[in-house]
Design a protein around this ligand. Structure first.
Ligand code: E4P
Length: 217
């Protein structure tokens, strides 16, 4: 299973990239705003760190297809690895159709139903991003959505890849892997949590103690 890191923070991106566990990056308007930096400048810096798909979203205030197409072309021109992230709306689908026909990769975001995922795939989306955590937040099992989309894409042979998004904890990651997501986009904090196990820590302490008892420091 492929992992992307879900952040616009370049320090966290460097740390995840240095671990060798991620092969892409996703950002969204909230993550970009959190950094308080110019969009193009941040994206260029991210592209200089990670050699893989980097999702940059159209402006949150751009709601019409023509505007999204124009911005999508600008985002794609920043770097060959760019993927244009577009919200799941009628206007968004129109933009995906045009951009994908031009060979520009797209990631349709804010997917909360299997039907939305099918629509995005039919429009030509390279990726769909179903939001697991936000569904869990409203007491709807997000993992069921991932499973449904994976089953449907498998039945019909869609090439659109599923990026499990809105991941909040390590259990989400395992569940997404079992449910058939192609990719999980994960906050750096959760990647760190995934490395941990109390028995690993205890094992390291025991090996160190046994070694030192015989050979010293
Ligand atoms: C990534 O593509 C999504 O924008 C992100 O995972 C959303 O996460 P959140 O629901 O924790 O904001």
């Amino acid at each position: 299973m492929k992992f992307f890191v879900d952040t616009a923070n370049v320090e966290d991106i460097k740390k995840a990239n240095d671990m060798g566990v991620i092969c892409g990056v996703t950002t969204n308007p909230s993550l970009i705003a959190k950094e308080g930096r110019d969009f193009t400048e941040v994206i260029k810096e991210i592209a200089s760190i990670v050699d893989g798909p980097i999702s940059g979203e159209v402006k949150a205030t751009t709601v019409d297809a023509d505007g999204m197409i124009k911005e999508g072309r600008e985002i794609a021109a920043i770097h060959p690895n760019m993927v244009v992230k577009i919200p799941m709306t009628v206007e968004g689908l129109k933009a995906v159709k045009v951009l994908s026909a031009e060979g520009i990769k797209t990631n349709v975001t804010l997917i909360f139903s299997a039907n939305q995922a099918i629509l995005a795939a039919n429009a030509g989306a390279t990726y769909v991003s179903p939001f697991l955590g936000r569904l869990d937040d409203i007491s709807q099992p997000g993992i069921e959505l991932i499973r449904q989309i994976a089953d449907i894409f498998d039945i019909y042979g869609y090439e659109t890849e599923i990026i499990a998004a809105s991941i909040r904890n390590p259990i989400h990651v395992t569940d997404c892997a079992l449910a058939g997501a192609d990719i999980a986009t994960i906050p750096y904090k959760v990647i760190e949590q995934m490395t941990k196990h109390p028995l690993t820590d205890q094992g390291i302490e025991k090996f160190q103690a046994d070694y030192k008892a015989v050979f010293g420091e």
